[in-house]
Design a protein around this ligand. Structure first.
Ligand SMILES: [Zn+2]
Length: 312
């Protein structure tokens, strides 16, 4: 029997899966920062999964008509491609690998696959609403448990647009190197979303939009954290690069201001010296202010600004 399990430990999340049911060193293991799989799934586009799932369905119909295994081979190839896009989709691959190898691919599974794209889009929306209305510290405060209590009657949301919790298949046992805890053995991608959301509530972990990349990130520890440390295509972390950039921008602004102030004083002195009139000065000051704005907004460079100041 195939295996796919997920658990949270410290500030990470871990997945293990194996098409032949191997555990521990036998299985493929993946580790991510806490909540990364859910957040990255919520940021995925419908177009990233829908066409591939359609392809699976399209290969299943002729398979049932002909029993030709070339069609299910094709199914596995597409599911493999899907599994590379997101760790959640690896679950589908494991399930279907087993179905295929046991020769138990049945017509209801085709219907299941046909409905999946829309279902995932719905769960995605509901989970996004959950993030906004329950976990977003800047919108609804940091008390995640209180927010959840206010929004749910037992396990049902008051607002149908919100994610609906259901029983999920969990077990308990050793995880990682030295701890024990709850381990999810999901039957569906819905179970994975459910497990991640309930863990945030259980641990009272809110989320915030990163000031650099705009994506949500979990707040573990320091509640004033403004930048995420989520993986980026560049390999750099917002938490490391953004404050440096902010500092550099501040530095540059100071330089622009210094140049502006020096020239302002110099021009002002010209009035006393009778070199220019007050009117001429105020005209110049108006223009200089505009140029300074352009420089702050990076429409012109600092050097261009300096040259302009010197030549007027
Ligand atoms: Zn970020």
């Amino acid at each position: 029997m195939w295996i796919y399990k997920a658990y949270f430990e410290d500030d990470g999340e871990f997945f293990e899966y194996d098409a032949f049911g191997g555990q521990g060193s036998m299985a493929a293991q993946k580790a991510f920062p806490y909540l990364e799989s859910l957040l990255s799934f919520l940021e995925m586009d419908y177009e990233e999964w829908e066409p591939l799932m359609q392809q699976v369905s399209k290969n299943l119909d002729p398979f049932f008509a002909t029993n030709d295994l070339a069609y299910t081979d094709q199914v596995m190839q597409v599911l493999g491609e899907l599994g590379e896009k997101h760790i959640y989709f690896k679950l589908l691959y494991m399930q279907w690998f087993w179905r295929k190898s046991r020769g138990s691919v049945e017509p209801w599974m085709a219907e299941e696959m046909r409905q999946l794209p829309e279902q995932l889009a719905l769960y995605q929306k509901q989970a996004q609403t959950f993030l906004e209305n329950i976990l977003d510290i800047d919108r609804v405060g940091r008390d995640v448990q209180k927010n959840t209590r206010e929004n749910y009657i037992f396990d049902q949301p008051r607002d149908p647009a919100l994610f609906c919790f259901k029983p999920i298949p969990v077990s308990f046992g050793p995880m990682g190197e030295e701890s024990c805890g709850t381990i999810l053995y999901p039957n569906s991608i819905r179970d994975l979303i459910d497990f991640a959301l309930r863990d945030c509530v259980a641990q009272n972990i809110p989320v915030r939009r990163c000031r650099n990349c705009g994506r949500y990130f979990p707040i573990i520890g320091r509640v004033t954290a403004e930048y995420c440390s989520r993986p980026q295509p560049s390999g750099k972390l917002c938490r490391n690069i953004a404050p440096v950039r902010k500092w550099a921008e501040g530095q540059k602004k100071d330089l622009v201001f210094q140049e502006y102030r020096r020239e302002y004083k110099r021009h002002f002195a010209w009035i006393k010296a009778g070199k220019i009139s007050e009117e001429q000065f105020s005209d110049w000051a108006k223009q200089a202010k505009e140029k300074k704005k352009d420089c702050d907004a990076e429409k012109i460079s600092l050097d261009e600004f300096k040259t302009w100041l010197k030549n007027t």
